[in-house]
Write a protein that binds this ligand. Structure first.
Ligand SMILES: Nc1ncnc2c1ncn2[C@@H]1O[C@H](COP(=O)(O)OP(=O)(O)OP(=O)(O)O)[C@@H](O)[C@H]1O
Ligand SMILES: [Mg+2]
Length: 369
């Protein structure tokens, strides 16, 4: 997977830009607030179908305009391709792949495979379960279209069921008559999602262990395991039917508790990843440095699993990560990403790059320009 050229119009502070990338390290360099992250966000939008900063479409359209567009030329092992998107205020966005209109996001998410890494990810270990789930979601949505479909079905089902739970006190009859359908749906999707997550974490765990020990040279051994919201043995998540049954049991036998909470208490939206160092919870007992090494190892593992899936490394989009790492980890990361395509931002020229792009006020220029 190689990103070749990005064209953006009226996207954030970019009025118009065409930026070409080298297959190696591309460094976007410039002062604060010039448009470095904006450019990564545009590439990320093509890859994920959403902003990795969690921005809405309206926020990404340049101030004073009512539409934006992004177009990315890239190549995979088979051919040169293009994905473009038009974003409009008050209208549906419009994606095209090689000039053909795309109706289902799951058809293109992951066509451009990217590992996205920003400073917030360095606190993946210390953060709450939602951030760790989002690490899984970013990777799995790109690699498994059915996962993305399950996840969006789950979110719709949860909305409906939570609404019912909130209204249950006023209208118990409707609740009793209809909750079963939503519970079944949530149990089904959660079991599917749980199986994907379980498999992914099991595979990623091996790489994380290796990266972590290389980075720290220490004797501590990390263990990364899936902690699904159905309280069963981790391995049981590989049995979708059994997990579905367990979820359904939980969702039918705790009605009063869920009504009191006004929300669904079991399902894939409550999954987590258990990260230990030498048998102790990394979240509670590890040092800042150990947490950073673990998070970095998790991101690098993402790249390895992508290569396992598609036979090629993804593009690494690194936003401001190097400035957050100490010299040892920085050297490790730089060495690990050598030979892969990297598009990264920085405030100085301390990293050796094949292509340096200077960013000023939404304009991008390379030395040769
Ligand atoms: N919708 C928008 N329209 C116009 N400008 C915007 C929009 N959204 C954000 N901006 C502006 O884009 C500018 C650049 O943002 P960006 O996050 O890319 O900076 P950066 O170069 O990554 O800076 P830093 O080094 O601080 O991370 C900011 O000044 C911001 O105000
Ligand atoms: Mg930035």
């Amino acid at each position: 997977m190689l990103c070749k050229k990005l064209t953006a119009n009226n996207f954030r502070n970019i009025e118009h830009a065409e930026v070409s990338f080298s297959p190696g390290v591309n460094l976007l360099v410039g002062d604060n607030a010039q448009g470095k992250t904006n450019l990564l966000e545009a590439i990320g939008y093509i890859s994920l179908g959403k902003s990795f900063r969690g921005a809405t479409e309206a926020e990404m359209i340049a101030f004073g305009h009512d539409s934006a567009s992004i177009s990315l030329d890239f190549s995979d092992s088979l051919r040169d391709q293009n994905i473009s998107v038009g974003i409009f205020s008050g209208k549906r966005r419009k994606f095209e792949q090689n000039g053909v209109k795309i109706f289902k996001m799951s058809d293109i998410v992951g066509a451009v495979r990217a590992v996205i890494f920003c400073p917030e990810h360095l606190s993946l270990i210390k953060s709450g379960p939602a951030e760790r789930r989002s690490w899984l979601d970013m990777a799995l949505c790109q690699s498994r279209p059915v996962y993305l479909q399950s996840l969006s079905r789950l979110n719709k089902l949860l909305k409906q069921r939570n609404r019912l739970l909130k209204d249950a006190e006023n209208d118990r009859k409707t609740f009793d008559a209809t909750v079963g359908v939503w519970s079944e749906g949530i149990a089904h999707e959660s079991a599917l999602i749980g199986k994907f997550r379980y498999d992914y974490v099991r595979e990623a765990g091996k790489h994380i262990e290796r990266f972590f020990s290389e980075m720290t040279g220490g004797s501590e051994k990390p263990s990364v395991t899936f902690a699904g919201s159905a309280k069963q043995e981790e391995e049981a998540f590989s049995d979708i039917e059994a997990t579905e049954k367990e979820y359904l049991r939980l969702l039918t036998s705790n009605t009063e508790r869920e009504i009191a909470a006004g929300s669904t208490l079991w399902g894939a939206h409550k999954d987590d990843i258990k990260i230990d160092l030498n048998g102790r919870s990394a979240r509670d007992f590890s040092s800042q440095g150990q947490q950073r090494s673990l998070a970095l190892a998790m991101k690098l593992a993402e790249g390895e699993l992508c290569r396992r899936d598609i036979g090629e490394y993804p593009v690494f989009l690194l936003d401001d990560v190097l400035s957050e790492l100490d010299a040892k980890r920085k050297a490790y990361l730089v060495n690990e990403i050598k030979g892969k395509q990297v598009i990264m931002t920085g405030c100085d020229l301390s990293v050796k790059a094949e292509n340096t792009v200077f960013v000023k006020n939404g304009c991008y220029s390379t030395v040769a320009d």
